[in-house]
Design a protein around this ligand. Structure first.
Ligand code: C5P
Length: 223
């Protein structure tokens, strides 16, 4: 039996991570947070003192180190050579540097390979990111695109940072979100786009639960 794939793409703070986790839980499927993979590599490269602009060196490092991604109900746990780096990869300096990794064709091709490998082994999977429906799984069974106004997304990010005990100045968070939108939408390889067959959901004024319910009712018709 061929395993099924649901992709969820959208900009930072659109609710993808929480919603994909919740949807996977409701369906009893695996889930994949591909942003965590880009973040883990950015973190590992910076820690090793590598120049993120040198994609060949970063690719070598990616081959040498062992990354593990373990989906948990509270979020994905990420291990680098056995060390838990789940909270480190969410730090603002990592967030700001990921676009260097994300704009490299070589590093993206490594990530895409890892993501397809994961899907092969994971059975039915909900996967979220920026290019899951457009590039990585063009034949996905159902594609969603989540979006919300930048101000709402920035408010969510600021609240998340505060909940994690990190300082969050709203204006700075807003600026960082806008910068990331620009970088993600304008890069040459696999820019963030809304796949034309995707179901678009504006998550601005509805709860996670409502988004998940909307998705489940779409899925009833499609899967
Ligand atoms: O979703 P998250 O904020 O964790 O993603 C971090 C960054 O990783 C994004 O801003 C984007 O530049 C990159 N990314 C990507 N393609 C994906 C997932 C994330 O380029 N599929």
């Amino acid at each position: 039996l061929k395993s099924r794939i649901i992709t969820i793409d959208g900009p930072a703070g659109s609710g993808k991570s929480t919603v994909s986790r919740e949807l996977a839980r409701r369906l009893g499927w695996s889930f994949l947070d591909t942003g965590a993979m880009y973040r883990a590599l950015a973190f590992a490269a910076a820690e090793a003192g590598q120049d993120l602009a040198d994609e060949k060196d970063v690719a070598k490092l990616a081959g040498r180190q062992n990354f593990e991604f373990m989906p948990k109900s509270e979020g994905i746990k990420v291990f680098l050579d056995g060390r838990d780096i789940s909270s480190e990869i969410r730090r603002p300096e990592v967030t700001a540097s990921v676009s260097r990794i994300a704009s490299s064709p070589l590093l993206r091709s490594l990530m895409v390979e890892m993501q397809r490998e994961f899907a092969k082994k994971a059975g039915d999977v909900v996967t979220e990111g920026r290019d899951q429906g457009s590039v990585v799984f063009p034949d996905a069974d159902v594609k969603f695109y989540l979006d919300a106004a930048a101000e709402i997304r920035a408010k969510r990010r600021a609240a998340e940072l505060e909940a994690a005990g990190q300082n969050a100045d709203f204006q700075e968070v807003m600026k960082a979100i806008e910068q990331r939108d620009r970088a993600d939408k304008s890069r040459e390889v696999a820019p963030l786009v809304c796949p034309k067959e995707a179901v678009i959901i504006d998550t601005g004024n509805i709860s996670i639960k409502q988004v998940t319910e909307k998705m489940l009712s779409e899925l009833k018709e499609k899967i």
